[in-house]
Design a protein around this ligand. Structure first.
Ligand SMILES: [Zn+2]
Length: 326
């Protein structure tokens, strides 16, 4: 039996056939078998700990009878389950890209790899959160509002060029911080943006943005024609009504033809919803979604600009922006 550990991306536990390596071993109460590639089986005899060095030990290692190699499966990449099948072949260590031989005898704490540590680099977080403004970023980190976001220090005169290009447009709508509802799904704002300058990869020209007033959670839907909006809104409203125990009260939109039509009218009457329309030429009355549109489009534009990604990927960028914002 080899003294090498094999690191596999597709499995969920450590195992070895070396009994003498265990510093502690507890017998298992249930019968458990590991099936090998040749359909042979190895019985799990116990579970215990193995000390690899003074600093490093593996816990919950299965002692498997007939296992001809050692698996260190903690470094799970969650990519390919097939790796486990390949692993059981005699040439496993060499034939599969996601299975690695690891020499843990020379392992020291300073040689750790694959360990993610939160970086306090403000630029990295600025990009990761879709070019979120530096001030807001520092404020969020100081208030501890984002899980995993380390404390960031404000630095002077930070200028991000993609932001500079992507966000230079007319004055924004006044922030709407007032929430007029008392639960999620009570009031939905909706608006369409478009047509885009170029069609998206899948041939879409418009985006329908829907925002929940209470949680400010948003959804984006991509459309070839504006009148597809009704179908998306109907499906979303019905789904939210199913998921929530509380009643939806109203939807709010502008007077665009995609919202002001008989299909919307029949639908809202059937469900007993109120359809609120903003006054003509007064977009701030629908300000929550107007602002969200603007945020998503700017984030998307900035992300595309940064790496000179072709414009036809705008839908992917908007989708990513929406995910980040949520
Ligand atoms: Zn930026």
């Amino acid at each position: 039996m080899e003294d090498v550990w094999i690191m596999d991306s597709g499995c969920s536990r450590h195992m070895t056939g070396h009994r003498k390596w265990f510093s502690s071993l507890n017998p298992v109460s249930t019968k458990e078998y590991i099936t090998f590639e040749d359909n042979g089986q190895g019985k799990v005899m116990g579970v215990g700990s193995i000390s690899l060095s003074a600093k490093l030990s593996l816990r919950e290692v299965a002692f498997v009878r007939n296992l001809g190699f050692n698996l260190d499966l903690r470094f799970v990449l969650r990519k390919v389950r097939a790796a486990f099948l390949m692993l059981r072949r005699p040439m496993f260590a060499f034939c599969c890209l996601l299975v690695f031989r690891v020499d843990l005898t020379s392992f020291s704490a300073s040689r750790i790899c694959f360990v993610a540590s939160p970086s306090a680099d403000i630029w990295k977080w600025h990009r990761r959160l879709g070019h979120l403004s530096f001030d807001l970023l520092v404020r969020l980190s100081s208030m501890g509002l984002i899980r995993g976001l380390p404390k960031l220090r404000a630095e002077k005169d930070l200028v991000c060029h993609p932001c500079h290009h992507g966000k230079m447009v007319a004055a924004s709508h006044i922030p709407v911080s007032q929430v007029m509802t008392s639960y999620s799904g009570e009031l939905l704002y909706m608006d369409t943006v478009g047509p885009a300058r170029v069609a998206s990869v899948s041939g879409k020209w418009y985006v329908l943005v829907v925002v929940d007033d209470f949680s400010r959670f948003s959804w984006v839907f991509f459309m070839e024609f504006k009148d597809e909006a009704f179908g998306f809104v109907r499906d979303l409203v019905l789904r939210l009504r199913n998921e929530s125990h509380k009643a939806m009260r109203a939807i709010r939109s502008d007077n665009g033809g995609e919202f002001r039509n008989s299909r919307f009218e029949y639908f809202r009457r059937d469900l007993g919803l109120e359809h609120q329309f903003s006054s003509p030429y007064t977009p701030p009355q629908n300000g929550v979604v107007e602002r969200k549109n603007r945020t998503l489009v700017e984030m998307a534009r900035t992300m595309l600009d940064e790496h000179r990604t072709p414009r036809r990927f705008w839908a992917e960028a908007v989708n990513t922006a929406c995910y980040i914002a949520n």
